[in-house]
Design a protein around this ligand. Structure first.
Ligand code: FAD
Length: 415
């Protein structure tokens, strides 16, 4: 086995999803072990936007102040057209915090990951690296994982938080990641390198034909974070080597000067091809449950991927706590069923909305102009866009707010 100490819960994958779930369960007094394939725990990438439905949970965990000290609380989020640079719509994030009770934050991914890692250490989670899980099986009393090096480990339940290419997901469905043909370039650089005036009090999104550009400050404004996303012509043509830097430059050549000024700062040695998967409604196989991207990898247009993973762990831990008898025995099946009753439908809504949102952002021609008219007509203080997502995370299907379909997409398509 990976360790002599028996645990109640095994978590496969030490990303933001796995570590936050481990902390949520450990703070309920459970013995938890995380098995991570990498040499070390860590996160690649740059910034992460965390909306009130995540900062509310960080507050519940006692981690919000630490997150605030590392992140930035922007004052507004502004969407502009990437071609003419004109404003389309905005959120007042100061008013938004009043409405939802918790702030909208931006934070470096490795900082949020580090907060959960520290919290897990403090809560006594057994953190194991160099542990690649290749197989899963249910047993009479729980579930067992098989490691690539031949070791095994077992617990009452196994949570698979093993990301987009999840091995555990194969227990439930035979599907593959779906390519969007879009690719993301990122950059997190010292603010001095911006070489221009950047308003770090706002999260800025420029949306344009087949591309968009996101920008905000990180680490108390010392860093500038940028994301440049575009549709790859080589991907559409079926070429294997797609999303290369020459395509980046071509994709943004016709955008406004503010966007073009940011492109030379993008990291050019790595890029992220964007995949999601179709939503699935079954996440539990016996004593094995999916969590995070393993269950619901989204396209990132709602900026809710990591947040959904954090919500999953919070919901699961609440249901586990509610089903523990005086003697400590837990009705695991009841807890997993309650988790599966609420989370897949919520995440299905986010995944499908993210796809629709991406289409809306990337429109061209007459449809783009009609979209711009629609977005300009939106009142800054109309929260019907965000209430269903930024409000308190539902613990039951009854608590789940009605889904809001933001834009009648059909009305903006060109036939
Ligand atoms: P992962 O982060 O993929 O972690 C999986 C972990 O499991 C890894 O550590 C991996 O090494 C380990 N693992 C995998 N297989 C095994 C195995 N067999 N055995 C052991 N360990 C294994 N989300 C937001 O909320 N806000 C944003 O602003 C945002 N922006 C984004 C921008 C971009 C460009 C992209 C691509 C994504 C963005 N997301 C955002 C989404 C977010 O990054 C993911 O949804 C989130 O990181 C998923 O976390 P996870 O822990 O479920 O999976």
């Amino acid at each position: 086995t990976t360790s002599a100490n028996p645990v109640d819960v095994l978590i496969v994958g030490g990303g933001i999803g796995g570590l936050s779930a481990a902390f949520a369960l450990a703070r309920e007094g459970l013995r938890v072990r995380v098995l991570e394939q990498a040499r070390e725990f860590g996160e690649v990438g740059a910034g992460l936007q965390i909306a009130p439905n995540c900062t509310r949970i960080l507050h519940d965990y006692g981690l919000l102040e630490e997150a605030k000290s590392l992140g930035v609380l922007p004052k507004s989020m502004v969407m502009r057209d990437a071609v003419d640079g004109r404003e389309l719509t905005r959120l007042d994030l100061v008013d938004l915090e009043r409405r939802y009770g918790f702030p909208y934050m931006v934070i470096h991914r490795s900082d949020l990951h580090g907060i959960f890692l520290g919290a897990c250490r403090g809560a006594g989670v057994d953190l194991v690296t160099d542990a690649r899980v290749g197989g899963y099986e249910n047993t009479a009393s729980g579930a067992r994982v098989l490691l690539a090096d031949g070791r095994t480990d077992e617990a009452a339940i196994v949570i698979a938080a093993d990301g987009l290419h999840s091995v555990a997901r194969r227990l439930l469905v035979e599907d593959e990641p779906v390519s969007s043909s879009y690719v993301a370039y990122r950059a997190a650089v010292p603010i001095e390198r911006a070489g221009r005036d950047v308003d770090l009090s706002e999260v800025s999104v420029h949306v344009g034909p087949r591309c968009h550009f996101v920008q905000y400050g990180l680490r108390g404004g010392e860093m500038l974070n940028q994301v440049a996303v575009f549709e790859s012509p080589k991907a559409l043509a079926g070429e294997a080597d797609w999303g290369t830097p020459d395509e980046l430059d071509a994709a943004f050549a016709a955008t406004c000067p503010e966007v073009r000024a940011g492109i030379p700062l993008m990291w050019r040695d790595r890029w992220w091809r964007m995949f999601d998967r179709d939503p699935i409604t079954t996440w539990v196989d016996g004593n094995i449950a999916l969590l995070g991207d393993a269950a619901h990898p989204p396209l990132q247009y709602m900026a809710q991927g990591a947040i959904m993973a954090v919500e999953d762990g919070w919901v699961l831990a609440r249901h586990v706590a509610a089903r523990r008898a005086e003697d400590g025995a837990i009705d695991w099946q009841g807890a997993l069923a309650a988790y599966e009753a609420v989370r897949p439908e919520h995440c299905r809504r986010v995944l499908t909305t993210a796809r629709a949102w991406g289409e809306l952002w990337h429109l061209d021609g007459a449809a783009r102009l009609r979209r711009n008219t629609l977005l300009r007509a939106r009142d800054t203080y109309d929260y019907s866009f965000t209430d269903w997502i930024y409000g308190p995370t539902a613990l039951t299907p009854e608590e789940e707010p009605p889904m809001f379909s933001p834009i009648p997409l059909d009305s903006v398509r060109v036939d």
